[in-house]
Write a protein that binds this ligand. Structure first.
Ligand code: GLP
Length: 308
């Protein structure tokens, strides 16, 4: 046996050679394996802590820089009162304000509050101009569920606004012409406050998921989700719900000086969470509010806030 081999072996009690250094080197190899495995594990853990830390810091930074003021209320009535108070203050400060208005079930309570404030002589709409977000297509303007009828019934017929100062997109006739006219109108009058509701899929106005944020006034095909949601206003019959609408685009909405979004109920909680998480995603149109440069109020009841 060579001198070198002798070093590597030892005799056992049966006189058989047991490799010595080799054994040690296996142990060393095992040790090395263990160390490199723990190194990888450590690397993964430190990496994950770093990534989550950075995400957390970005979230805090976004929250600190956000222009969004979140107001969570006990219930629908309180939500309506808060929103009406803010709108009344805007009117008091600027009696010639241009108000962007919304429809749907959510704003009805706040319109009632505004009517009360008008009746108590707290505010006047004499010199106010209003611009509605949207209107259904293919139903007559005086249809009981048109947004024109909604606005007359829920606000305009109860206050001192001049009907000439109330603007709602027209969903009948030459749609292309109507779109161009409404766009021109919005270019002429800067909206001081835009009121928004929110669809359960995150739509604002009738800007359905996938709408580009730089779009102006346009016609839309409503999604099945929105048609289903709005069927409650059409005897729960989806066949009666118009399939098309004309709407301000997200660009028009974001151009407003200040935005007030109101929401109540658990079915809005996911969309609200997406906004408050600071997302900017065309598949959740309301997240466009995170690109707004001015003040945004999100006024919601506890149920809509349940995922925050
Ligand atoms: C409609 C309107 C939206 C409104 C939405 C939510 O689709 N176009 O402007 O925000 O409904 O309605 P609701 O308040 O009834 O839940």
């Amino acid at each position: 046996m060579k001198e070198q081999d002798k070093e590597l072996s030892e005799l056992n009690e049966n006189g058989k050679e047991i490799p010595l250094k080799q054994d040690n080197s296996e142990k060393v190899q095992d040790k090395n394996k263990f160390f490199s495995f723990s190194k990888i594990l450590l690397f993964i853990v430190v990496g994950a802590i770093l990534i989550f830390g950075i995400i957390y810091i970005i979230k805090i930074y976004k929250k600190m820089n956000s222009k969004i003021e979140l107001i969570i209320t006990e219930n629908y009535d309180e939500m309506s009162k808060k929103a009406a108070d803010i709108i009344a203050d805007i009117i008091k400060k600027n009696p010639n304000a241009h108000l962007g208005l919304a429809t749907g079930g959510t704003p009805i309570g706040l319109y009632k509050e505004l009517i009360n404030k008008y009746q108590n002589k707290e505010i006047s709409f004499k010199n106010i101009k209003t611009f509605n977000l949207d209107e259904y297509c293919d139903i007559p303007i005086d249809h009981k569920q048109s947004y024109y009828t909604y606005m007359q019934n829920n606000l305009f017929s109860h206050i001192d606004i001049d009907p000439k100062n109330t603007f709602i997109p027209k969903g009948e006739g030459d749609i292309l012409k109507n779109i161009q006219e409404y766009e021109k109108l919005l270019e002429k009058y800067k909206i001081n406050m835009q009121l928004l509701g929110i669809g359960s899929n995150g739509h604002i106005g009738f800007n359905e998921p996938g709408t580009k944020f730089d779009m102006g006034v346009h016609q839309v095909l409503l999604t099945q989700n929105t048609i289903k949601d709005n069927a409650r206003f059409f005897d729960d019959d989806i066949d009666q719900v118009p399939k098309k609408a004309i709407t301000m685009g997200i660009k028009n909405i974001i151009d407003a000086e200040c935005i007030i979004l109101v929401a109540n109920g658990e079915n809005k909680a996911d969309a609200i969470k997406s906004i408050m998480d600071g997302k900017i995603d065309i598949n959740i149109p309301a997240t466009a509010l995170n690109t707004h440069k001015g003040k945004v109020y999100i006024i919601i009841d506890k149920k809509a806030a349940c995922k925050l």
